[in-house]
Design a protein around this ligand. Structure first.
Ligand code: ADP
Length: 364
């Protein structure tokens, strides 16, 4: 996946030049990447981005300063739960710098040669985006150290006593790393990023703006009350808001007269298994296990994963962050605990551990 703003096709001259000059962008046929962005409802400029103001400001300043000095910007590390905009920001950085975007991910770079091949193909100032950078194999990660710091890589030819090392000079590039798990990035890698920023969950008003903006692009008529219904059930994530909007549109078309009302949105989202605060079946199962099987906790993540038959990583990356953010779950040194809010949401009365134990019937 690489895009090339430099090599964009020139606008087609479909009109005589004298006519009130329409924007060249309008006449240019959309590139594959533009069509993809439209389908993903992905903002293409910082101005189109919703929220994350501190991150946007920091990136804009870095880009403007670098453009004025005709340099490239420092390496950028973006971290936060999935769907908050890490890939989107990386693409915008490349576009604002007017350079090519090259995207890859930690788990796909299995061997050092895979990364060296990409690094040596980069042109001056290009942006290299590595998603899930915490999953880079150690040997591959070590190649990044000199590439990021000195813009060099060591290429080894031959094996054993005949092995020879050639140092190859790279073009100055910007690495944008993305991770859902900043804590898993090793200190030597982390220290090589000049800009380190966390993306946070979006607020309800921001999600409403996102729903209304996406509805405009998709030509869906939606009122404020319905967009609020979708926003409050989107787990603070614009990607989820966009997905739910599409499901609500389908539901309105098939089960109703096509009009989206709060009641239609509610029915559509219940059918999707999303409750009134955005929890999915897995979220509710996790809370249920903590509350009912572990008396509210604390319970370790491994035990939870085993009971739910899910990967620890899925729980840590996809499930827990929103439960922690919305105050349903608390993380302590002994494990995860359900909060009062969780009990209220599940409609379960809290029973103190001691009284539960005292009230337990003997097994024999
Ligand atoms: P990540 O890389 O963090 O998983 P993405 O950058 O792929 O997330 O974002 C997922 C989707 O969410 C995008 O396709 C876009 O539709 C939407 N999105 C993300 N951030 C924003 C933002 N700041 N403003 C508007 N839409 C956004």
């Amino acid at each position: 996946m690489s895009e090339s703003p430099k090599r964009r096709k020139p606008p087609q001259k479909s009109r005589p030049p004298k006519e009130s000059a329409p924007d060249a962008e309008v006449l240019a046929p959309p590139t594959t990447e533009e069509r993809e962005d439209r389908w993903n409802l992905r903002p293409r400029t910082f101005a189109e981005c919703i929220g994350q103001n501190d991150v946007v400001d920091a990136l804009k300043i870095a880009i403007e300063a670098a453009n004025q000095r005709k340099e490239t910007i420092d390496h950028v590390l973006l971290y936060g739960p999935p769907g908050l905009g890490k890939t989107t920001f990386a693409r915008i950085i490349a576009r604002e710098l007017g350079v090519q975007f090259h995207g890859t991910s930690g788990p796909t770079l299995e061997r050092g040669g895979d990364l060296v091949g990409i690094l040596t193909s980069l042109e001056e100032k290009d942006v290299l985006f590595i998603d899930e950078i915490h999953r880079l194999p150690k040997a591959v990660e070590e190649i990044l150290y000199s590439a990021m710091e000195d813009f060099t890589v060591d290429v080894i030819f031959g094996q054993g006593a005949h092995a020879r090392v050639y140092r190859s000079k790279l073009q100055r590039f910007t690495l944008v790393g993305a991770t859902t798990r900043a804590g898993l990035i090793s200190p030597p890698l982390r220290q090589r990023f000049g800009i380190v920023r966390e993306l946070r969950f979006y607020s309800e008003p921001e999600l409403m703006r996102a729903v209304e903006h996406s509805a405009g692009i998709l030509e869906i008529a939606i009122g404020e009350a319905s967009s609020k219904e979708i926003a409050k059930r989107s787990r603070g994530t614009i990607r989820i808001a966009n997905r739910l909007l599409r499901r609500v549109r389908d539901f309105a078309q098939v089960r109703s007269d096509g009009t989206i009302t709060p009641a239609v949105a509610d029915a559509a989202l219940r059918l999707e298994g999303v409750d009134e605060i955005g929890l999915t079946a897995l979220d509710r199962r996790l809370l249920d296990v903590v509350v009912n099987q572990h008396l509210g906790g604390p319970v370790g993540i491994e035990a939870l994963a085993a009971t739910l038959q899910e990967e620890v990583q899925t729980l840590e990356d996809m499930v827990e962050p929103f439960l922690l953010h919305s105050g349903l779950l608390a993380r302590t040194s002994k494990g995860r605990m359900a909060t009062e809010v969780a009990y209220q949401h599940l409609g379960v009365e809290r029973v103190e551990r001691s009284s539960r134990k005292a009230g337990q019937r003997p097994l024999l």
